[in-house]
Design a protein around this ligand. Structure first.
Ligand SMILES: NC(=O)c1ccc[n+]([C@@H]2O[C@H](COP(=O)([O-])OP(=O)(O)OC[C@H]3O[C@@H](n4cnc5c(N)ncnc54)[C@H](OP(=O)(O)O)[C@@H]3O)[C@@H](O)[C@H]2O)c1
Length: 359
């Protein structure tokens, strides 16, 4: 009899609690299915992506094909393809599939919330010993994204960096990586609620600003930082547009504002119009001359991609003690819906993870 495995699946559009089903009868992928550059992993943990609920709820299904959700994972290598050099059977790993590699029928619908999965080896790296499987599960996509944010904004030693949403899945990684680059001469200021101030300071932020204790955050930032403006602002929350429009009061004239979290739609799983209207207004205002109300500061967007160059950097940062995973909470496989509900609050401290199986 063919081996089977457990996996969460969905076959139609809807919210996680309405469409996700836990099945225990899916065929376990076999080593014979591996392409030369693929690996088969035994999944230990997956981290729930903040935008998954929206993806499930917005993207229409034109057939009843089965999808398995989620991408960020940790686990063990079960088998490797013919040309895989940097990994071997039994290695503890973490990673995240890049949709560009979902080209073959057998991997096309396979996310990682399953006991076993096939993934291109370029999106998998060895897990250092100084990080546990649960903490490593949330690092790949967010880590690659933040490394790319830092490259795009050209953050360098000595810079002053402001990070909004510093306690979330993306922001908690941003604080750590930014601090590792700016060093002691530079400064990282994190924006989060007071309840998470100690967490964010513990990740390396030099100062923390509580966005809840000021009716207009931009006025407060101007008071604190107009005399020592930032070189880079990374908005990893994406909920307060005035942070960009008012940025000339606290971002230096040659500074860069990276709107990394402006995907409000992903919190509720609706509101595609929200994104579109924001983009239209923003595009218009970006190109208006400042005399007509345009914001005279460089604005960037970037959608992170899991690529080997970024992935290889992450274990090095972990080994040097410059990057650790922050876990908000852990749910067993059968309670994955509760993990989605926690993410939907928009108040997660770091990553929400699901324990798929013991490895
Ligand atoms: N560009 C990309 O490639 C990329 C990649 C990953 C994620 N994203 C986007 O980034 C956003 C954040 O994702 P995430 O996974 O970090 O979400 P998350 O884990 O839910 O974290 C959101 C954080 O935002 C903070 N926050 C909420 N309201 C705020 C406000 N008014 N001002 C400042 N901070 C506020 C919360 O902090 P407190 O609890 O302390 O209030 C929370 O920790 C999402 O829209 C997601 O789609 C983009």
């Amino acid at each position: 009899m063919a081996a089977t495995m457990r996996a969460w699946t969905f076959t139609s559009r809807g919210t996680p609690s309405s469409v996700l089903k836990l099945r225990n009868d899916l065929p376990k992928p076999s080593p014979a299915m591996l392409g030369p550059h693929d690996v088969l992993v035994k999944v230990a943990y997956v981290a729930v992506f903040q935008g998954s609920a929206a993806i499930m709820n917005i993207i229409p299904h034109f057939n009843s094909n089965l999808w398995i959700p989620e991408s960020n994972f940790s686990g063990l290598i079960e088998a490797i393809g013919r040309d895989v050099q940097h990994l071997k059977v039994g290695d503890a790993v973490f990673g995240s599939p890049n949709p560009k590699h979902y080209t073959k029928r057998e991997t096309k619908y396979n996310g990682m919330m399953a006991e076993f999965a096939i993934i291109h080896a370029g999106q998998v790296v060895r897990k250092p010993d100084n990080i546990a499987f649960d903490a490593a599960a949330g690092l790949a996509a967010e880590g690659c994204t933040i490394l790319q944010f830092c490259q795009k904004t050209k953050i360098k030693e000595g810079d002053r960096v402001l990070i909004c949403g510093a306690s979330g899945g993306l922001g908690s990684v941003a604080v750590q990586i930014a601090k590792s680059i700016v060093g002691e001469e530079g400064a990282v200021v994190g924006i989060c609620s007071a309840a998470n101030a100690d967490l964010v300071k513990g990740l390396g932020a030099d100062e923390v600003v509580d966005y809840k204790s000021h009716s207009r955050l931009s006025d407060h930032l101007a008071e604190l930082y107009s005399a020592k403006p930032f070189n880079v602002i990374m908005d990893c929350a994406g909920v307060d547009d005035s942070l960009y429009f008012e940025s000339p009061r606290y971002l230096s004239p040659d500074g860069v504002f990276l709107a990394g979290g402006r995907m409000g739609v992903t919190h509720g799983g609706g509101g595609i119009l929200d994104i579109l209207s924001f983009l239209v207004v923003l595009q218009l205002r970006m190109h208006w001359p400042s005399v007509l109300g345009g914001t005279p500061r460089t604005l960037m967007f970037h959608s992170g991609e899991v690529i080997p160059e970024s992935m290889q950097e992450l274990p090095r940062l972990v080994e040097k003690g410059q990057l650790r995973g922050v876990i908000d909470g852990e749910w067993p496989m059968e309670d994955a819906i509760k993990a989605y509900q926690r993410v939907a609050t928009g108040r997660a401290r770091g990553k929400v993870v699901v324990r798929v199986q013991d490895v």
